[in-house]
Design a binder for this molecule. Structure first.
Ligand SMILES: [Zn+2]
Ligand SMILES: [Zn+2]
Length: 427
């Protein structure tokens, strides 16, 4: 990282046991030029090579979501032209020996927040630094959430187009819906038909800012259905969280542990089942972002078993960490782990891993939303003011490898599916 970010994974022991040969070949387009323009530190030497290059990656085990085989990968001008054994090439082709290594597509992180204004501050990673971190960790595309400005989707979209100008890799957008009226409903159509955004997130938490009530949730689901767009939810009961927070403050619990205590798993379970049932009522698919608890996961399992189209996204912090860090006596350390829904007690993480391995949950995001320790310190006397969010955009690929593949819970092809290709299939 190029700044002192509060990393929730500093204490995580990780070993990248294999040499991942992760490809980063941006399409020959705008993003390539942006990569070059973005600065000499990351852009310099690669720019010339990428504009007209011929590369052969030889003898690696090429893995996709369904199959793996020993093969060569021939790449011309940033595009994979051929994947087959024993490709012969001329002297003008740069040959990279990948014998004994896996050759995989770059990761796609379906859930990030770069340059997001939130809780009186702005996330410390902008599109450039966040994407540089992503690339360092093997992720070559991410989907960020456009946050509307005073409810306006158009204004929000324009602001995010500006924020994303210093991008150095591929990205896409979901859009949050933070209020409801005819204008928003019309703007959703513009986003789908003209701006290429076809996933919309509704917040059932963050009372007083992003939260919407059930009436609006139903309206939003109906609109998604009519547009053929995907409805997504942040599933926590915001009214009950508000009550839980009040309770903690009354008890004199003001530290980061109050964050976890004020919004227990049952509030995530309640909102998850409510969203699932309302989506069933409207008859539209539902994507539950950052599934952090057994309670939420079990609701998704039940719905999927009954044949409902529900997609569950765990995030890497929920899969590998537990809430013990929130009880750390040092505020700076504990505050790093404050995100919503909270990182849960030990046991939830293992259950989420098992759900991912058995297909109850489908793909892994990060909810990368990084604040530094100065920003986290806004809440030194009151956990409600600690900006919510942890990192992960750089660490996701190797942590999922360590936790899921090294442990034998999933295969290498599964790994490619849930870190990369699944998002494309959903769309
Ligand atoms: Zn959220
Ligand atoms: Zn998020």
């Amino acid at each position: 990282m190029i700044h002192s970010m509060a990393s929730a994974f500093t204490h995580q022991l990780t070993s990248v046991a294999l040499l991942l040969l992760l490809l980063y070949f941006p399409p020959i387009s705008e993003s390539n030029n942006l990569f070059c323009d973005a600065g000499s530190e990351y852009g310099g030497p690669q720019c010339g090579i990428q504009s007209s290059s011929k590369i052969l990656i030889k003898g690696g085990t090429v893995v996709n979501a369904h199959h793996q085989q020993i093969a060569d990968v021939y790449v011309e001008d940033g595009i994979v032209v051929a994947v087959q054994p024993n490709i012969n090439v001329g002297d003008d082709v740069k040959v990279l020996d990948a014998t004994g290594k896996f050759v995989m597509p770059g990761g796609i992180d379906p859930h990030t927040h770069l340059a997001m204004e939130f809780m009186g501050s702005e996330t410390i990673d902008d599109f450039f630094s966040g994407q540089a971190a992503a690339l360092a960790g093997g992720t070559t595309m991410h989907i960020d959430f456009v946050i509307p400005i005073n409810g306006s989707l158009t204004a929000g979209f324009e602001a995010y187009e500006k924020k994303a100008k210093n991008s150095c890799m591929d990205y896409g957008f979901h859009m949050a819906i933070t209020k409801w009226d005819e204008v928003v409903s019309d703007e959703m159509e513009v986003m789908v038909k003209e701006k290429g955004i076809n996933s919309f997130k509704f917040f059932m938490a963050y009372k007083g800012s992003f939260m919407i009530n059930d009436e609006l949730l139903i309206e939003g689901f109906k609109r998604c259905k009519s547009l053929g767009a995907l409805a997504m939810v942040h599933a926590e009961n915001g009214d009950a969280v508000f009550e839980g927070q009040k309770r903690m403050i009354e008890l004199g619990i003001t530290g980061p542990e109050g964050h976890a205590l004020s919004r227990p798993p049952l509030l995530e379970g309640e909102a998850t089942t409510r969203a699932i049932r309302l989506a069933e009522f409207v008859n539209t698919p539902l994507y539950v972002v950052h599934v952090m608890s057994m309670d939420a996961m079990e609701e998704i399992a039940k719905a999927r078993k009954a044949g409902q189209r529900v997609i569950g996204e765990p995030v890497v912090s929920g899969l590998v960490l537990d809430d013990s860090w929130l009880w750390h006596s040092d505020f700076v350390t504990a505050a790093k782990y404050v995100m919503s829904p909270p990182i849960r007690a030990s046991g939830h993480n293992k259950a989420l891993q098992a759900a991912l391995a058995t297909g109850i949950l489908q793909l892994v995001g990060t909810d990368h939303c990084a604040f530094n320790s100065t920003q986290k310190a806004f809440g030194i006397d009151d956990f409600r003011k600690i900006p919510n969010g942890v990192n992960g955009i750089e660490e996701r690929m190797h942590l999922v490898w360590d936790t899921m593949v090294e442990s034998g819970q999933i295969s290498v092809t599964d790994y490619v599916r849930l870190t990369s290709t699944e998002w494309g299939r959903l769309k």
